[in-house]
Design a protein around this ligand. Structure first.
Ligand code: ADP
Length: 450
């Protein structure tokens, strides 16, 4: 500040000196005035340059403007130079803070974009201020076009509108998602959370898979209960009869035989259920346990012949072609369970005297095919995709008659998947069926003849 006084004094001194020199005493007053005027002109010039620079700085709005160095600060002397310097530092700090908060905001928005949930920010009037990519998919919004649109105009679902109108956001609401169709239903769970001053954060989650799993669980429990209740009712009915009625020996033994049959059915069902749960819970089979196909074939053949005699007095034509001596790697009990399910199914569904051919072939690419072909009733094409579902049966009564649980092919599919194998089903009504499991080359090796 002292400089400012010095310059002012210097201007007065120079002006006064000039006046004195020009007109002695008379010129002194005029000279002083002239000096003060020169000082004022110079000072206004500096102030003008300073104001021009400040106006340019103030007009900068976008980050690109802020980064531009078009209008560099004017170099001014004295106190104005200091004002410029301090203002420049202040502006630099402001720019730095702006850039930092902008970077933080960008990171925050990027995190919200990465969220697996849909995120929508609503203002106090329920208008969309911002939404992430997932929300645009869930609701069919356009992230640019729909900004500041009222959410009620874009999400027309009555349940959602009632939820928003109720103001009770202690729970979520489930609504159909964008593009939901009866064939491909899409379920969204939407939950609103209040924040700030009447603002709302809306989170949406795709719960289609969860709902599907829950429906499957419900179906499964209902199916199991139904399957167990039927034989249980029969058994308890017979027990009551045996307890209350004086029966002849022949009748008693007939009833006991029927009870034994029903309890056997329950046992098979429980055993299949346990097999399935073991398959789901146990680790994947390693590649170091090898077993011969001939041993697996021998077990299947023994079982098939025993079953054939049991269910058809005249039996079936059973042909077993074990093919080249090979080994398969995996879990023996699982492989046997899968193969025997296919073989026993063929025997059970093929009428008396029909042909069941079981074969093992080494394919050219090193894979191994276990195939079961029968001359049974065949299966209509519409059933084929659903055969491996639990409890799915084409012929319910035939399945029950022959002791089926409806879980056999589900077990086969699981075992095949766990061993990296494929299950193929070919069938035509009236032309028999052909089930095959194709094992990957890595799990099959040919044995050298001794
Ligand atoms: P199930 O215990 O009822 O046999 P599966 O899961 O083994 O259950 O088979 C599902 C359904 O597929 C059976 O109920 C039957 O209708 C049909 N099926 C399976 N194998 C054959 C076959 N070889 N021939 C005709 N139908 C079959």
């Amino acid at each position: 500040m002292i400089n400012r006084w010095i310059i002012f004094a210097a201007c007065l001194f120079a002006g006064g000196g000039l006046g004195w020199w020009a007109a002695a005493k008379d010129g002194l007053g005029l000279g002083l005035l002239l000096g003060a005027f020169v000082w004022l002109v110079l000072d206004s010039l500096y102030v003008g340059r300073l104001l021009r620079w400040l106006r340019t700085e103030q007009s900068k709005e976008t980050p690109a403007d802020l980064a531009s160095t078009d209008a560099s600060p004017p170099g001014l002397p004295g106190v104005w130079g200091e004002v410029v310097d301090r203002t420049r530092r202040l502006l630099k700090n402001r720019d730095q803070q702006y850039r930092e908060s902008q970077a933080r905001l960008d990171e925050f928005l990027a995190a919200m974009q990465a969220s697996p949930s849909g995120v929508v920010l609503l203002d106090a009037q329920g208008r969309i201020e911002w939404c992430n990519q997932m929300a645009t998919q869930h609701f069919g919004f356009d992230a640019q076009r729909d900004v500041m649109q009222h959410i009620g105009n874009l999400v027309r679902e009555p349940a959602f509108n009632a939820y928003m109108a109720s103001g009770d956001f202690s729970h979520d609401v489930v609504i159909p998602g964008n593009f939901s169709t009866p064939a491909r239903p899409l379920k969204l769970s939407v939950h609103v959370h209040g924040y700030g001053k009447d603002r709302k954060l809306l989170l949406s989650r795709d719960i289609t898979a969860v709902e599907l799993a829950e429906a499957m669980r419900r179906d499964f429990v209902a199916n199991v209960s139904h399957e167990i209740r039927t034989p249980l009712t029969v058994v308890s009915g017979f027990i009551e009869t045996l307890q209350t009625l004086p029966l002849k020996e022949a009748e008693r033994s007939r009833y006991l035989a029927l009870m034994a049959q029903q309890s056997q059915r329950m046992q098979t069902l429980v055993s299949d259920l346990l097999t399935l749960s073991r398959l789901e819970g146990s680790p994947f089979p390693g590649a170091n346990d090898w077993m011969t196909t001939s041993a697996l074939f021998a077990q299947c053949e023994q079982e098939a012949r025993a079953l054939s005699v049991l269910i058809a007095p005249q039996g079936h034509q059973l042909e077993f072609e074990p093919g080249p001596p090979c080994e398969i790697s995996g879990i023996q009990t699982e492989l046997y369970s899968a193969m025997s399910n296919l073989v026993t199914n063929a025997v059970r569904y093929t009428p008396e005297g029909g042909l069941v051919r079981v074969s093992w072939t080494l394919l050219e690419d090193g894979r191994g095919e276990f195939k079961v072909k029968d001359t049974g009733p065949g299966i209509a094409p519409e059933h084929l995709p659903r055969l491996t579902e639990r409890f799915y049966r084409v012929d319910r009564s035939r399945s029950r008659e022959t002791g089926g649980t409806g879980l056999g092919l589900a077990i086969v599919k699981h075992v095949a998947q766990r061993h990296g194998a494929e299950l193929h089903i070919e069938s035509q009504p009236g032309h028999g069926s052909c089930f095959s499991i194709i094992f990957p080359a890595a799990r099959v090796r040919r044995l050298q003849a001794a």
